[in-house]
Design a protein. Structure first.
Length: 117
């Protein structure tokens, strides 16, 4: 497990912290997510997506369906990143972004954190 990059984007007072890891197994991804949830107890959502060894997973982590995990996964696909996990930690800023806003926010964060990989 290796943290490759971190980027932070703020949109309407919500903070989106993107983390990109190089991973070698789904278990490794699961362990990273568990430790992020412990470390960021006050975060509202931690959606993520990963691809490793022909296995892929994505989750919206209670965000509206396909507004978080899918856009993150699409960035992994577009950039052909295998053996990578991208997690986005969201601290809610009190202003609802709506489905389109969330989709753009998670896409932008995933895109930023995987830039130049």
């Amino acid at each position: 497990m290796k943290l490759l990059k971190e980027s932070i984007i703020e949109i309407k007072k919500s903070k989106f912290i993107g983390l990109c890891y190089e991973i070698s197994s789904p278990e490794e991804a699961k362990n990273i997510i568990e430790s992020l949830k412990k470390e960021h107890k006050k975060a509202r959502h931690i959606p993520y997506a990963y691809k490793v060894n022909n296995t892929a997973k994505k989750t919206d982590d209670k965000e509206p369906t396909n507004t978080a995990g899918l856009p993150i996964y699409n960035i992994l696909e577009k950039k052909d990143l295998n053996s990578h996990l991208v997690a986005v930690i969201r601290y809610f800023g009190g202003i609802k972004l709506g489905a389109g806003g969330l989709l753009r926010a998670y896409s932008e964060t995933a895109n930023e954190v995987t830039k130049d990989l």
